[in-house]
Write a protein that binds this ligand. Structure first.
Ligand code: IPD
Length: 255
């Protein structure tokens, strides 16, 4: 855990000290800033020196080395927020064994908050243990959803998102769109949110959050209820009390 927390501390310092000077397009309405790149490069260099035997998958530079265990890094999750000075963004770092995360650190530099978890040892915020909420009714639940899709097949993907929004909007207490899957999941673990539904799965956005949620007593699954992993298509993280209600609404939204 020490190496993971040192890595996210390094990332936090860069994010706090630098304002984005250059925002460039990666694809349809998808962007990267010079700070995303600087953070990924610094963390890569640090982890390569500390754990040369472990590979790394990063959002901006892809896979280097490939081993049974890999670090999975999003240097800035919530880049669109960060580029506009919205303080909801996080560094997300997981150690993944095969396809499952075993160690996680999520650092939100502008919230002065760090979430950590390791397999079987619980989830923590700034060193204090956290647990998912005990909410049991959708009508009491605050639920966040992931960003709308962009790029190829966006219209069809967004049809399901819009259906889901209608289903949840009609039944949940409140809906939120935070713009960073790592914070969405950390907030489910902390009980600030009761569920988060992201109809995509980029491992750098979700691997650390999945472990933090599980270690806080929550569930993280794919669209069919199978355990979430690197290979899942969707990322659904929820407190157990509303699991069935969430999966029923999601199934309805996909019709
Ligand atoms: C995005 C955020 C967002 C999620 C998107 C991700 P990025 O990550 O996590 O909440 O809905 O699917 O791509 O691009 O800001 O690292």
């Amino acid at each position: 855990m020490l190496i993971a927390t040192q890595a996210v501390s390094l990332a936090r310092r860069i994010i706090q000290e630098r304002t984005p000077a250059n925002v460039s397009a990666k694809g349809d309405r998808d962007m990267v800033t010079d700070v995303d790149l600087a953070v990924e490069e610094a963390v890569r260099e640090f982890l390569a020196a500390e754990t040369p035997e472990i590979g790394l998958l990063g959002e901006e530079h892809g896979q280097t080395g490939s081993t049974a265990q890999n670090w999975v890094l999003d240097p800035i999750d919530g880049t669109a927020n960060f580029a506009r000075g919205i303080p909801l963004c996080a560094v997300s770092l997981a150690l993944v064994d095969g396809t499952k995360p075993v160690l996680a650190a999520i650092d939100a530099p502008f919230l002065d908050t760090r979430y950590t978890a390791s397999s079987g040892a619980g989830a923590y915020v700034n060193g204090e243990p956290i647990e998912c909420s005990s909410v049991e009714n959708l009508s009491d639940a605050m639920i966040s959803i992931g960003d709308f899709a962009t790029g190829e097949h966006a219209a069809e993907k967004n049809r399901i998102r819009l259906n889901l929004l209608a289903e949840l909007g009609a039944n949940a207490q409140r809906i939120r769109m935070i713009g960073t899957a790592a914070i969405d999941m950390a907030w489910v673990a902390q009980g600030k949110l009761d569920a988060t539904i992201n109809l995509s799965n980029h491992p750098w956005d979700t691997m650390a959050g999945a472990l933090v949620v599980r270690e806080a007593g929550g569930m993280v699954v794919d669209h069919d209820g199978s355990d979430h992993s690197m290979e899942s298509g969707y990322t659904i993280a929820t407190t157990p009390g509303i699991y069935t209600a969430i999966m029923t609404r999601l199934a309805d939204a996909q019709r």
